[in-house]
Ligand binder design. Structure first.
Ligand code: 5AD
Ligand code: SF4
Length: 338
């Protein structure tokens, strides 16, 4: 199911239930019923960019901006370790160079104190900055291409280009990062062809991790009146991502819960093998409004309680939480790449 017309046929005609079962079967072959857990710290909501879909865009004056202190980040990571979490994702908007250098020191300190993998999600940086952060100990980097449609990319992400984004993805690979990317499903201005091309681009990039999620309108953005895609096409897309990329790590993110009360559980039944737990202190998290967060789970104050909820959710999907560093299977066994 790799040609454009086969993918189109699957998206239009294939029954959702069957495609979800196929994706689950493919996932089970590689990962069994084990679901990896990653902790995510949204350590700053400052951003110099102005993506039309994003709630923390620079032009949004309704956001209370914050930046977590080094000790606060360290404390949260320590708590994650106590809960046996083995990967921490540090995410922010696009920051100034001075802040990147400061973050490098924090990465160094975390890596020197705990045995865990660090994933960074900081957007477009210079090659030197990516290199510096790698040398500080960062293991992985998430850089979503958002949409494979060049024109739409430039319209929705002013003063940036898809070419530059893709170039950065290859730079990260060259520097030895495990790399994740993906799209936003159903961005206003996209269509079925965009989805097909997004799937083909994801496959072409040979990613270690693939993050896909539905567009969710945010009330303070120019796209506030845009519509989310429906849950069925979102799950079909996710299932196809799994079928086309059998060994990649694929999370069921909280954004799925915005479409359906059991969105993430359905994601775990559509080939996802990873869950993300937001471990940002609530006083900050409430201001990280990329989209309007609907799920209560991100507001449970006590992390142990949050972990219990996460365990329950994963078990409801017929799987089990697995506390492992969850390195790329490509890195572990290059023979698996065909
Ligand atoms: N809907 C869905 N995803 C969004 N992101 C930003 N804004 C939205 C939105 N309105 C995603 C982008 C970005 C990640 C940090 O959040 O994919 O890469
Ligand atoms: Fe900034 Fe990323 Fe939001 Fe764009 S999507 S405005 S780069 S945080």
């Amino acid at each position: 199911m790799f040609s454009k017309s086969e993918i189109r046929d699957a998206l239009i005609n294939y029954p959702l239930k069957e495609i979800m079962e196929k994706a689950t079967c493919e996932k089970r072959k590689i990962f069994g019923n084990r679901i990896l857990i990653r902790g995510i710290v949204e350590f700053s909501n400052h951003c110099s960019k102005n993506c039309l879909y994003c709630g923390i865009r620079a032009a949004n004056i309704n956001v209370k901006r914050y930046e977590m202190k080094e000790e606060e980040i360290f404390e949260v990571v320590k708590k994650a370790c106590e809960l046996k979490i083995k990967t921490v994702v540090l995410q922010s908007g696009e920051l100034k160079r001075k802040k990147i250098l400061k973050l490098g020191k924090i990465v160094e300190k975390i890596k020197g104190s705990f045995s865990l993998a660090i994933t960074l999600s900081l957007g477009d940086l210079t090659k030197d900055e990516y290199k510096y952060l790698k040398e500080c100990g960062a293991d992985r980097y998430l850089l979503k291409f958002e949409t494979s449609d060049e024109k739409l990319f430039e319209k929705l992400r002013p003063n940036t280009s898809l070419k530059e984004r893709i170039k950065n993805i290859y730079t990260l690979k060259d520097l030895g990062y495990e790399v994740g990317s993906g799209n936003i499903i159903g961005l206003p201005g996209s269509n079925l062809d965009t989805l097909i091309n997004d799937l083909l681009l994801i496959k072409e990039l040979e990613l270690d991790m693939i993050g896909v999620g539905p567009f969710i309108p945010q009330r303070d953005t120019p796209l506030k009146d845009g519509k989310s895609p429906n849950i069925d096409i979102t799950l079909k897309f996710l299932s196809l991502v799994r079928l086309l990329n059998p060994i990649s790590h694929i999370p069921a993110t909280t954004s799925f819960d915005a479409l359906h009360p059991e969105g993430r559980i359905l994601g775990l039944k559509s080939g996802a093998n990873v869950v993300m737990m937001d471990i940002t202190p609530p006083k900050y998290s409430k201001n990280y409004k990329i989209y309007n967060k609907k799920t209560e789970i991100s507001y449970y104050k006590d992390l142990a309680e949050k972990m219990r909820k996460m365990t329950e959710m994963v078990e409801k999907s017929g799987n089990k939480l697995f506390f492992d560093i969850g390195a790329s299977l490509k890195a572990q066994n290059p023979r698996l790449i065909f």
